[in-house]
Design a protein around this ligand. Sequence first.
Ligand code: GLN
Length: 286
Amino acid sequence: MQTWAQILASGQKKLQDAGIAEYNLDAWYLFEHAFGISRMQYFMCSVQNAEPTEEALKEFNEGIERRAKREPLQHILGTQEFMGLEFFVNRHTLIPRQDTETLVELVLADHKEKDIKLLDMCTGSGCIAISLAVHGGYHHVEAADISTEALKVAEQNAEKLLQDPICFRHSDLFGAFDPNADKFDIIVSNPPYIPSDVIEELEPEVRDFEPRSALDGTADGLFFYEKLAEECGRFLKENGSVYFEIGHDQGEAVENLLRTHGFKDTKTIKDLAGNDRVVCGRWQTV
Ligand code: GLN
């Protein structure tokens, strides 16, 4: 029978052999998850020589096998932290990225008022809409996605993280919205924006396991910004704003699209790594 220390070491070795850059850490996460013990507990209780249950061992080994095949750690653990909240994730939604926190933080900093109406278009896991509702305390948040499977994930996250439900809508962009009835102060979006042929160059974790429909922005990556720039104005109140996450080299193109469609005061904002990450603009009807 193997001890915990031996099991951990063999998991780390398997991930290292499979070329996983963070093999040490990833094995630890899988270990903590399977054995229900934190790294700190492991060291403090001197349990390195303990023998695990067969069930936990099976779970750990399966996790290592999946990770060795480059499945994202978050799919195996079933969660990803975003804005200090734990989101459930699966293969139907993009895994929340730290870069996207830039967008959420910007909206929170710009809008302290609570009684505004916000819409998150292409919500995926719901991470943007839900963290805005939690941290901003906004009374009225809606979120839309074309994928019913993604909406199931978002609804599950909202149920876990929010007291007041937010309104999720199944919609192909604004297809299910009514410009006379649906007027928002803020529309945010992290749409698919990777140019199609760049997807092939991404890490296997992203390329082979995350939904293509959440990544692929067509040949130039700009398809969804064109649609959003064209349509958002009809669904914004006067002086309403848009905030879009963008790829690092799309700032100028997206600002131009917004200005062409009547948006003012466009700006590109950088993420913590210093890359352009968010474009915002203000809607003026006069
Ligand atoms: N930032 C994501 C990535 O680089 C893509 C997000 C998107 O297309 N909306 O994988």
